[in-house]
Design a protein around this ligand. Structure first.
Ligand code: SF4
Length: 325
């Protein structure tokens, strides 16, 4: 059987794709690792408006240039633009499978959706569970990495972001990912703790800004909690695949996110919150409720293009740390 390269637009049960012997590829990661500005430009030349989120445009063109065999488009529970993106990819000739996180958030509905995915990839639930167990071995090490970030302070917020965000697809090769992760952890354990006079949480989708973690460090602060990136790493280690993706907060409402965020802010002794929003993203509305329910110094940042922090945003960041640092 041919090994397929399967692109996807946000975390979903990748265990199914691995169980079928294929390679899952998170389009967001290849968009950011490649010529991001070029991907956006090419999508706009195909007609995507300027007022559509850059991640959508980037994912579209990244998918067309990544030599994919097919795409899993997450059309419910991710992005309000997800269905239209999937339609554009299908129109460009890529086979698209639609996956939904049912908004009723019930075991039965997500179980049925997962079963359809298994049927499509011709794998059984027990094969998927076997892969899940294998991936959970790596996820345990990511939990350790996360602890080294907020407890021992041997891992920086930027490094934490890098490892957790890449756990959405394990860079397509879990064995190699694990090897590199183990080597990183061995080195981190030899370090001295990284000072952080202000312990920050980073909330929201991963930043399109390339240098945000470095600029936070410039202020003598650091990120000790990367909310959505940690969700990509499926940190609860629940034994059942359906339970795992029910506990994954990102596809559901802001209240599920808050139920995860609030205790983590306390556990990690977070002093201040940086809430990242993407221009033209519906999650900017959820940010209103996050801000309302989080009783900590709170700075909302908005990014648009893949670039370094612009001078206005940098000034806002510096002023925030001057007041709260
Ligand atoms: S940042 Fe928002 S609008 Fe952009 S792809 Fe993600 S969910 Fe969609």
């Amino acid at each position: 059987m041919k090994t397929k390269r399967v692109g996807f637009t946000t975390s979903f049960p990748v265990e199914v794709v691995f169980a079928a012997g294929h390679i899952p590829i998170d389009l967001n990661n290849i968009f950011m690792e490649g010529d991001s500005a070029g991907h956006i430009r090419k999508a706009e030349m195909k007609g995507f408006p300027r007022t559509v989120c850059s991640w959508i445009k980037g994912n579209y063109d990244a998918a067309l240039s990544a030599n994919l065999d097919e795409v899993v488009g997450i059309v419910q529970g991710d992005c309000s633009n997800g269905s239209s993106l999937a339609a554009m990819l299908a129109d460009a000739g890529l086979p698209v499978w639609h996956f939904s996180f049912p908004q009723e958030h019930s075991y039965q509905a997500l179980d049925a959706e997962t079963a359809k995915l298994e049927e499509h990839y011709e794998v059984s639930r027990s094969e998927v569970q076997r892969v899940k167990k294998r991936l959970d071995g790596i996820r345990e090490k990511l939990i350790r990495l996360d602890e080294l970030t907020w407890r021992e302070r041997l891992v920086s917020g930027r490094e934490n972001h890098y490892w957790l965000v890449n756990s959405s697809d394990f860079n397509g090769d879990p064995d190699r990912f694990e090897e590199k992760l183990e080597a990183f952890l061995r080195e981190a354990l030899k370090r001295d703790p990284i000072p952080a006079k202000l312990r920050c949480a980073y909330l929201g989708v991963p930043p399109i800004y390339r240098d945000i973690y470095d600029r936070v460090r410039d202020q003598g602060a650091d990120v000790v909690f990367n909310e959505v990136q940690r969700q990509f790493s499926m940190p609860y280690l629940l034994p059942d695949i359906v339970e795992q993706y029910l506990a994954y907060t990102y596809p559901y409402t802001v209240f599920e996110r808050l139920a995860d965020i609030l205790p983590e802010l306390v556990k990690r002794s977070v002093d201040a919150v940086l809430s990242y929003t993407q221009s033209f993203c519906h999650l900017q509305i959820d940010n209103i409720l996050l801000k309302k329910h989080i009783d900590l110094p709170y700075l909302t940042l908005e990014g648009d293009q893949p670039e370094e922090l612009d001078s206005r945003t940098l000034l806002r960041l510096e002023s925030f740390f001057e007041v709260h640092g």
